[in-house]
Design a binder for this molecule. Structure first.
Ligand code: CIR
Length: 274
């Protein structure tokens, strides 16, 4: 098929780097709300390797953290520990107590790239998966992990960076852990949205690509430079995205799905300042 290269969603440039962290031996002890069975660590590692290779194919240099085998079974989901915008880094304060210590390793890593790190502070809690960046606007999901105090603090920091933000309460929407379980920004003012979010007034200025029934898990796809990474096995949403001219890379995600994880949460994509 003919593939059109579409403009990068981030006006300040393409992503050049991504922080990743392989699943640890304790991966199956992480949090989950779904009943899809126990993940197979060997398969999860294989899927993670393929994910990393896809990021490299998108042109990214990987910043690889060692797997944490002992303390933080959910630490492969690095996206929840920070938000990296083209204008700065913000450390999150994850809403699940078992995950709060994950931020230390991310802080240490990001200090090598950012001269200053902002942070969400108590009583605020924010998981990175509750933040959807859409150009100059950030949607913040109020969820069972992200509270109003955290959202307010985040909006304040983003405003200092010159961004607008709005909150979307997702607590009443079944089967989504974070806002990004149901939304993805593709660039060019286009949002992929599950039905339960599609009519929400917050998104009315965007062109909406509806997620077909049954493909909801694939709503968490990720635009990385010229490609859209998408969970494998969701041909109808993949087709809708490709029809718009995007080149997709399908990735097997079964073992991460068992732990409530999506594609976006496996990496922190960024371009170091300066
Ligand atoms: C959790 O419940 O926190 C992890 N098992 C999954 C986190 C997935 N994060 C994300 O989608 N941003």
């Amino acid at each position: 098929m003919l593939v059109r290269i579409v403009e990068n969603p981030y006006s300040d440039g393409m992503f050049t780097h991504a922080v990743i962290r392989p699943p640890g031996a304790n991966f199956a002890e992480g949090l989950t709300t779904v009943e899809l069975g126990t993940p197979d660590l060997k398969v999860a590692c294989k899927q993670h390797t393929a994910y990393c290779e896809a990021l490299q194919r998108c042109g990214l240099t990987l910043v690889r953290l060692d797997a944490d085998d002992l303390h933080f079974p959910d630490s492969t989901f690095v996206e929840d520990a920070a938000i990296l915008t083209p204008r700065g880094a913000i450390l999150m304060r994850p809403g699940a107590p078992s995950r709060s210590g994950e931020v230390d390793a991310i802080r240490e890593t990001l200090q090598e790239f950012y001269p200053r790190l902002d942070a969400i502070i108590a009583p605020g809690t924010v998981d990175g998966g509750d933040i959807c960046e859409a150009g100059d606007h950030f949607f913040i999901g109020i969820s069972h992990r992200t509270n109003e105090a955290g959202a307010r603090k985040l909006a304040e920091i983003l405003a200092r960076q010159g961004y607008r933000a709005s909150c979307v309460d997702i607590r009443g929407i079944p089967n989504i852990l974070h806002i990004k379980s149901g939304i993805a920004y593709l660039g060019e003012s286009r949002l992929v949205l599950i039905d339960a979010l599609a009519e929400h007034a917050a998104f009315r200025d965007f062109e909406v690509i509806r997620v077909p029934a049954g493909d909801e898990y694939a709503a968490n796809c990720v635009r990385v430079n010229e490609f859209v990474l998408i969970p494998a096995g969701f041909p109808e949403l993949t087709r809708r995205i490709e029809e718009l001219g995007y080149a997709t890379i399908p990735l097997a995600m079964s073992e991460f799905q068992k732990m409530d994880g999506g594609l976006s949460c496996l990496s922190l994509r960024f371009t170091p300042p300066g």
